[in-house]
Design a protein around this ligand. Sequence first.
Ligand SMILES: Cc1cc2nc3c(=O)[nH]c(=O)nc-3n(C[C@H](O)[C@H](O)[C@H](O)COP(=O)(O)OP(=O)(O)OC[C@H]3O[C@@H](n4cnc5c(N)ncnc54)[C@H](O)[C@@H]3O)c2cc1C
Length: 375
Amino acid sequence: MIITEEQMSVAAMVGDWLKKEVAPVCAEYDVKGEFPQQFYDGMVELGLNLISAPEEFGGLGLSCLEQTLIAEQLGKYEPGLGSAVGVNASATHLMTLFANDAQKKIFFDILVNGGWAGFCLTEPGAGSDAAGLSTTAVEDGGDYVLNGTKCFITNGAIAGAYTVFATVDKTMGLKGITCFLVERDRAGISIGKHEDKMGIRLSNTTEVVFEDVRVPKDHIIGEIGQGFKIAMGTLNESRINVGAMGVGLASRALEEAIRYANTRVQFKKPISNLQMIQGMLADMAMDVESARQLVYHTAELVDARLPYTKFSSMSKCRGSDVAMKVAVDALQIFGGYGYMKEYPMEKMVRDAKIFQIYEGTNQVQRTVIAKELLK
Ligand SMILES: Cc1cc2nc3c(=O)[nH]c(=O)nc-3n(C[C@H](O)[C@H](O)[C@H](O)COP(=O)(O)OP(=O)(O)OC[C@H]3O[C@@H](n4cnc5c(N)ncnc54)[C@H](O)[C@@H]3O)c2cc1C
């Protein structure tokens, strides 16, 4: 599909900001592991914490395709910041799709005032098998009382609101899982371990601990027992963003490889004259373009309100596999220099890996695709 200037307008603005303000210095923050508050402030100024929010609650009213184009720019220039925006968008999708107006007001007011959101599903004992979660929600008067630890939570320490999944009765399995809107300032919430990550080091990833956290009943999203359906329904849409970030990262890796191949001289000629390098570049370009078209097509299906589950998993899987492969191949074209932190490929290879893991691993996506095929 061909993208128009109008569809690209917000993404182009975001891309310009990332290129000018973030890309030149992000490697320093990656090494230091220091939280770059000014970039998060910059993203709030651009409205990136509200990209998926409905207009009536302060959102930008963007189509899925426009959001996908923004995710591509974030993946291209700084996947750590992209991950913060992506998870914030997951919580936003959840609230938009499943919350009532009063709950939306509480949540979106936090975001409109510059806040971020977290999506608290994963636990130490419940990753791919999210239905095996152990965080409990026990009814007590007009409240539910939450106890448990969530791990690997993006925006964990910076979020003003969380969507939290807990079970009202573990013996009920899937049917006990319930989703709650939980504001950060509720008593009993603390931030546990801050993860020291391989990549996307400009994102904040922590444990979030709930100890006797009282949440009023009117903060239940949907109905008791609908939590698993809500989590899967949300991720179904939001994982397109991961595929888009993968495409963005891969396209940047290809650009860097072309630039390097045209300037690096060996055997008295730029290495771009070597047919093996040309073959690698051609393969990388085919991978990027085919993944990009798959991601755009999926976003079009979402915007047209057509079935997209299989395509969403395919986009996440293909976009992230292409990111990993193209980043590694680009590093190979850089030779020994690619292995050094002084050059961009080392960080890009580390950043690319997460796309195959979070929002449901690529193995899990393949099981979803196969299930859809075999229906
Ligand atoms: C940086 C980062 C940020 C994250 N952010 C968030 C967040 O904001 N919110 C949140 O809730 N979670 C978040 N996660 C958690 C992430 O979604 C999980 O790590 C992921 O779903 C996998 O779970 P796991 O790590 O427990 O791996 P496991 O489920 O233990 O998987 C281990 C291996 O087994 C494979 N496997 C497991 N089940 C199957 C299966 N049925 N078929 C085939 N293979 C299978 C997996 O693919 C993987 O290779 C984040 C993770 C990371 C690393």
